[in-house]
Design a binder for this molecule. Sequence first.
Ligand code: SAH
Length: 696
Amino acid sequence: MKTFCGRANPTTGSMEWVEEGEDYDYHQEIARSRYADMLHDKDRNVKYYQGIRAAVNRVKERGEKAIVLDIGTGTGLLSMMAASAGADFCYAIEVFKPMANAAVKIVEKNGFSDKIKIINKHSTEVTVGLDGDMQCRANILVSELFDTELIGEGALPTYEHAHKYLVQEGCEAVPHRATVYVQLVESRRMWSWKKLFPVHVEAEDGEKILVPPSEMESCPGVPSVCDIQLNQMPSSDFSTLSDVVTMFSVDFSKPVQSASTYYRVQLEPVKSGKAQIVLSWWDIDMDPSGMINCTMAPYWVKPSSALQWRDHWMQCVYFLPREEPVLQGEKLYLTACRDEYSVWYNLQKAREGENKTDEEEHKDVHVESPVCRCRAHLLWNRPRFGELNDQNRTRQYIESLRKVLKTDSVCLCISDGSLLPVLAHYLGAKQVQCMQPSRIDCYHPHEFWQAFFKANHLEDKIKIIEARPELLKPSHLEDKKISVLVGEPFFTTSLLPWHNLYFWYARTAVSTHLASNVTVLPQSASLHMMVVEFQDLWRIRSPCGTCEGFDVQTMDDMIKDSLNFRESKEAEPHPLWEYPCKSLSEPQEVLTFDFTKTVPQHCLSTEGSVKLLRKGKSHGAVLWMEYHLAADISVSTGLMQLSNEKGNCEWNPHCKQAVYFFSSVIESEILSDPTAVTYAINFDTKTGEIAMDFKL
Ligand code: SAH
């Protein structure tokens, strides 16, 4: 079987599919998997163990043998818990081959090989019978197949099938049930991830206001879940309009139906405001009584209880199709629609004196999954919407453009989904053209731009060049030379901060079209680095050793091998506004990239050391880019602010930063003789990638 792995090439801005050989062992999937995070989730593990013990006891008390079906066993953890709790036999199903192999080793090492059978299959392929995978149906169903949206990893069809074919009627299930909760909120910050707000530009001939096309107003957006660490959202960034409401629950001990359906609840706003967002999370009861409960409720819901940090389960943000003004105390209906894998929401007002019959209710429920009609949601993802709506940032670009543009400027903008061409036009550039070079095979942004230009009476004012930078011809530019070349830079295929250096490659490719006195904006970029201690993020890459008394070191070793296979010396992207950390060193500029010149043939490398100035654990280094737009105006895609006493960091909320986890953690203690971390960083101009190495 051939395996293809997609990777963006930062020197061409396009996605490339690399065919991996027979020996491809899913190293990237393992290295970046969430298994370590789950094994570090103490709250989850303890409660599963309690729930499993209780279920085994209930079965034993009935005088039955306890036969367990563990779907998606991963490391084998839940089966080992069941075997320890006295289960007679466990069938542990795991579809992902490298994990199934690891589970065999872990189960053996912990001495459970005679009690646990690992079956490397998808659960829907498992057979029951004398010469089947399972000798008989199980009477305890254990599994952990949930994502932040609960059902996104296919829990419903898996349970549906298991009840039909793999477990006995009246079986025990751990967890016993899941419940989904919602709360209606107004939040300019979160709403800015869904809609483009009007952009104000002070032009020569008065104020111009850029508006989105009208189709965006009621566009339902895209169905993909927006999952975030809601506990990092300060309460000043949203206002709750309703109490927390139970939306729906699923009983896993009974036959489960996965077919599309909807649930409706009545709401009375506790406050008047603009209903924009539905925040949602779930909890699971490990036993029927509900005494063993594991919840994803955010900080303001149960302020007294300790929050368990986890990254494999967060909270969901759902965007209503359109903003709805609501009044305190009025009657509203909130509908959750779902298909097998995803959930979406609708809000309706109850009309005066109305008592809907079931049939009437059914009529106005939109069960089709949301599809973007305005096309902007295909062009811009949620953080990108947030970035374009960031007025501070826009102001900096406007100021810089104003400094460099003249009335005879011939301006070319190279960036994906950028508003810079429109800003350049308003600020007086004579000719404005743009290129959006990243290739997303199935999507051409043309129709969106046509609608956008039309809404702003800009047809004919801005020309989109379809060619890639290396194929630019003088005719595309009406035989003129470019006097101002601009970019944010932003490209949709960028994963790591420095992938936006594709702008430099594109600038190099269009060199022959640049006027001799061309202005390039940004004029340069710089790479910055800082050593940090993470509050929690370290868990996702840290070995577990033992988990609830079970030796899972085999898993640690497997992750380490995979990291060493390719990932070492490579950083990974994380949006750090969601993952607090404290700086242990000063931020340091480590490389600069001069956009006024072409990309050099040779690599750019640097070596040096940073001093650890604060007491703490050095988990890794964070790296980010800063763009120098014009004299005195720079934008940072990483650190925005650093408070000096404690080292608390504020990160750009729209961007992912690069995190390089150190292979071992050092604790710095004394400040009189600070420890130094030495680094070597290399930007390979041939590949556009940055490799790095740190020594503690
Ligand atoms: N049970 C483990 C791992 C949970 S992660 C623990 O609690 O620590 C979920 C695992 O289920 C993944 O390894 C995934 O590959 C597997 N999986 C998901 N759906 C499955 C299915 N229908 N059949 C078999 N394995 C499945």
